[in-house]
Ligand binder design. Structure first.
Ligand SMILES: O=C(O)C(=O)C[C@]1(C(=O)O)C=C[C@@H](O)C=C1
Length: 276
């Protein structure tokens, strides 16, 4: 049975995403839990064949670390799944004014901004997963609170709880399924195509971005997003992460357009797969 690397422990949204992914695609996968996104990602190709990794959120955008690891590691994206995400608060205090310390996962912080800003004089402790935040409260230090996955609220015996502290009701996180090795194109008829890729300009001159975007525009290829990530070599030098969304009939056109851009720029295609 193949193993899938998941940000754990059990109860995280990554765990929920892995359960839904296994169910939806009828995959026979054993979940292996890791305490950080980095550890889960790095296990792909050694302890695990695949990994399920958060990449984008409705309220807080891309997970920057995931974008960097996609470039650094020898992996490709073979599938994706989105799940709804809502958060609640638990605390061992009697009321909200007594909270002195708040545990919150780094990506959760940007999804509960309004609530966190409404708290007075609270020390924020950033965690690696929402279940790490949940577990911290069990240590029993008075004056502590944690933002946890909404579905874990009933599993907490904390004396003080607030249901729903997310900034918006419509909030989803998208997870990608990554596998080690060179890209495999996996397209089903009648489904949309997703193609995330990196374009890495090796110099800086006026019009580079225009040159690249022009090719997509001329070929009527839909770009869903574009992100700049630092090359980490020199200040002010960036790689571009792009996502293409298209109809399956556009497959050849997408390949030809990427090949055209490849004549002038280095490209890493991160995935070429069907969605929904
Ligand atoms: O900590 C979790 O529950 C996770 O699965 C991680 C993660 C993320 O890093 O994006 C997943 C979904 C939410 O966006 C918040 C946190």
């Amino acid at each position: 049975m193949e193993k899938i690397a998941v940000l754990g422990p059990r109860g995280t949204f990554s765990d929920s995403a892995s359960i839904q992914y296994i169910k939806k695609f009828n995959n026979d996968l054993e979940q292996i839990y890791y305490s950080t996104i980095d550890d889960a990602f790095h296990s792909v190709g050694s302890e695990c064949e695949v990994g399920i990794i958060p990449v984008e959120n409705t309220l807080d955008g891309y997970v920057q670390r995931t974008l960097d690891l996609l470039l650094e590691m020898n992996v490709y994206i073979e599938n994706e799944i989105s799940i709804p995400v809502q958060f609640s608060l638990i605390s061992n205090t009697k009321n909200i004014e007594d909270i002195k310390k708040l545990y919150v996962q780094f990506k959760t912080n940007g999804q509960c901004r309004k609530f966190i800003d409404s708290l007075n004089d609270v020390q924020i402790i950033t965690t690696e997963s929402n279940m790490e935040s949940f577990d911290k409260i069990k240590e029993g230090n008075i004056g502590e609170a944690a933002i946890i996955p909404g579905h874990m609220l009933e599993h907490s015996s904390a004396p003080f709880k607030i249901k729903n502290v997310t900034d918006a009701i419509n909030n989803h996180t998208r997870f990608i399924v990554v596998r080690e090795g060179a890209l495999k194109v996996d397209i089903a008829n009648n489904k949309d195509i997703k193609v995330p890729l990196y374009i890495m300009p090796d110099n800086d001159r006026p019009g580079i971005l225009f040159d690249i975007l022009k090719e997509f525009s001329l070929n009527k290829i839909n770009l869903v997003s574009i992100m700049s990530r630092p090359t980490k070599l020199d200040m002010g030098t960036y790689n571009f992460y792009l996502e293409i969304n298209g109809d399956f009939k556009q497959k050849e056109k997408i390949i030809n357009t990427i090949n055209k851009i490849k004549e002038d720029y280095k490209i890493k295609i991160l995935g070429f797969y069907s969605v929904n």
